[in-house]
Design a protein around this ligand. Structure first.
Ligand code: ZN
Length: 554
């Protein structure tokens, strides 16, 4: 599919320019060890290490290239406790954990905020008048540290920094505030950017091509042989999942968005942007980050172990293959890193069929609303929402108008209730997390409080952090199910992601020991000889040279 879309997009050399940047002279061709001319950083949303390994023997496209020829870290870690999309994307190109990026969750609460809605979305500017966390103005204002693209631009303002993604938070957290172009899929009309950014002709063209795609029905994808054993129905609430093929009617945007079609479109956009902006053909190194969101939407909607996720991984592999072939055809010298913002966990209903009878959904009594009501009754402090939170796990915030004595009472009652609950692993107080040193050492052996510390921000984090036990899905059972499965836990299903590097000429090796996604930025920076102060980041440079030689040496 990508080939067709790219062909439609790149028909003519008369394509309008995405940005008016004068062409720089070509680099000398004879340097012995040269930095790559283009960095291609790909995040596959919810591509867990488990999903990566489950289908590894079937890869035939881009993932085959990366795993067979590349540098393979099958056990990468989004090392922090809050394994959500926004924190995860904030680590990938900053070298910094959420405790440093400030992106502690997809949404947090600012109970002192001026506006009525106290929930703050990670990629919004909540100070904009008339906004709410649902109807927000997209912004990178909460990201506290520079991205790799931002650092490259400081070192050389000619650097071209482009970020495209299915989700705004992916595009924004990987591109950073100084990126030249930041685009994400905003709805049926296609890709959008910040308010006030005019749509360049290339993006208009991409959106036209998407409109044409959308206007055609999708008869569904064929079931690859490796997916056949997955093809049985599983019931969760009112939903039945497990046997989907992504067939959709003409014009069905939701069906398009929650399908491999979305990633194909985003990759086509990226390929067209690379060609149109002549990325990788300048004197300096350029960078494009690509957020592929379909795997995540599919995981939430259908779970991770049905035909749906199986087809998605197969299609992703093929589309990535076509994308890399396109870059090869253009003769680009590029380095690829591919990873994920977090892992994932299948729905309990299918887990129970597959040898995991203990898998369960979270008790509704643990939702912030139910918790708040229960604590009000226990303490006799009535008439206000005592406890705020985004869901039945993660950060919890106490009402700010409580007196010191009331607050002590509420905290004690909440801790007692939660710690007695059979689904609760632990509850940390803000003071306990703040007193914990920033973790070091192998991410596979951190304590839970160290994970909590890695996504702790003294101003944005909650008064309590609630962590559920493993094998407890943080979506309760309900008559009408929204998502059937999710991530966000401090357990390895959600923390482990593949980290794959590839560049033509690099010798393949595989390193099974744990590394962190924060190691990606210093590793790429070293390849382009960009100095990064070690004390500014949490990651370390990974030597990508098999045997003698060290890509981290200056
Ligand atoms: Zn995600």
């Amino acid at each position: 599919m990508l080939k067709n879309i790219v062909a439609a997009l790149l028909l003519a050399s008369s394509l309008p320019a995405l940005a008016q940047t004068p062409a720089a002279p070509p680099a000398p061709a004879t340097a012995p060890v040269t930095p790559p001319k283009l960095i291609v950083a790909i995040s596959v949303d919810q591509f867990s290490a488990d999903l990566f390994s489950e289908y590894r023997q079937y890869y035939s496209g881009g993932l085959k290239r990366l795993t067979e020829q590349g540098i393979v870290f099958p056990r990468g870690y989004q090392s922090h406790a809050a394994t959500e999309t926004c924190p995860g994307h904030s680590t990938i190109l900053t070298g910094s954990r959420p405790s440093r990026t400030g992106i502690i969750a997809n949404s947090w609460f600012d109970l002192g905020a001026a506006r009525a809605d106290k929930s703050v979305y990670c990629a919004e500017d909540e100070t904009q008048p008339g906004t709410s966390s649902d109807n927000y103005q997209a912004s990178p204002v909460h990201l506290k540290v520079p991205t790799l693209g931002g650092r490259m631009k400081i070192a050389n303002p000619a650097t071209r920094v482009v970020s495209v993604a299915g989700k705004d938070r992916a595009a924004i957290m990987m591109g950073g505030p100084t990126a030249d172009q930041v685009w994400w899929l905003g709805g049926p009309k296609g890709y959008v950017s910040y308010k006030g950014v005019a749509t360049p002709p290339l993006v208009a063209k991409v959106n036209d091509v998407m409109a044409q795609r959308l206007a055609e029905p999708n008869p569904g994808f064929e079931l690859p042989p490796q997916c056949m054993a997955k093809d049985f129905p599983v019931k969760a609430g009112d939903r039945t999942v497990g046997t989907g093929r992504f067939a959709r009617e003409a014009g069905d945007y939701k069906g398009f968005r929650i399908s491999p079609e979305q990633d194909a479109m985003t990759l086509a956009f990226a390929a067209a942007a690379i060609e149109n902006m002549a990325l990788g053909k300048q004197a300096q190194t350029d960078i494009i980050s690509i957020g592929l969101s379909a795997t995540d939407y599919i995981g939430h909607t259908y779970g991770t172990e049905g035909t749906e996720s199986c087809i998605q991984v197969d299609r992703l592999d093929r589309e990535l293959g076509a994308f890399f072939d396109r870059l090869d055809k253009d003769g680009l010298d590029y380095v690829v890193v591919l990873t994920a913002d977090h892992g994932g966990h299948d729905l309990p209903e299918r887990h129970r069929l597959n040898a995991m009878p203990m898998e369960q959904r979270v008790d509704k009594a643990l939702t912030p609303k139910a918790l708040s009501a229960a604590i009000a009754e226990k303490t006799g402090i009535l008439g206000k929402t005592l406890i705020w939170g985004d869901g039945p796990a993660g950060d919890l915030y106490f009402d700010r108008s409580l007196t010191a004595a009331q607050r002590t009472k509420v905290e004690a009652a909440t801790l007692a209730l939660l710690r007695a609950h059979p689904q609760v692993q632990t509850v940390f107080t803000k003071a306990e997390i703040a007193a914990t040193p920033s973790p070091s050492g192998p991410p596979e052996s951190w304590l839970l409080i160290q994970e909590a510390r890695a996504s702790f921000d003294p101003r944005r984090s909650g008064d309590l952090l609630l962590l559920l036990k493993p094998r407890v899905m943080s979506i309760p059972e309900q008559a009408v199910m929204g998502s059937v499965a999710t991530h966000g836990s401090p357990w390895d299903t959600d923390r482990r992601v593949p980290i794959l590097f590839w560049r033509k000429g690099l010798t393949h090796f595989e390193q099974p020991l744990g590394i962190e996604t924060v190691d990606i930025m210093p590793t790429l920076a070293a390849l382009i000889k960009l100095p990064v102060q070690k004390d500014e980041i949490d990651g370390r440079c990974l030597d990508l040279i098999a045997g003698d030689g060290d890509s981290c040496a200056n």
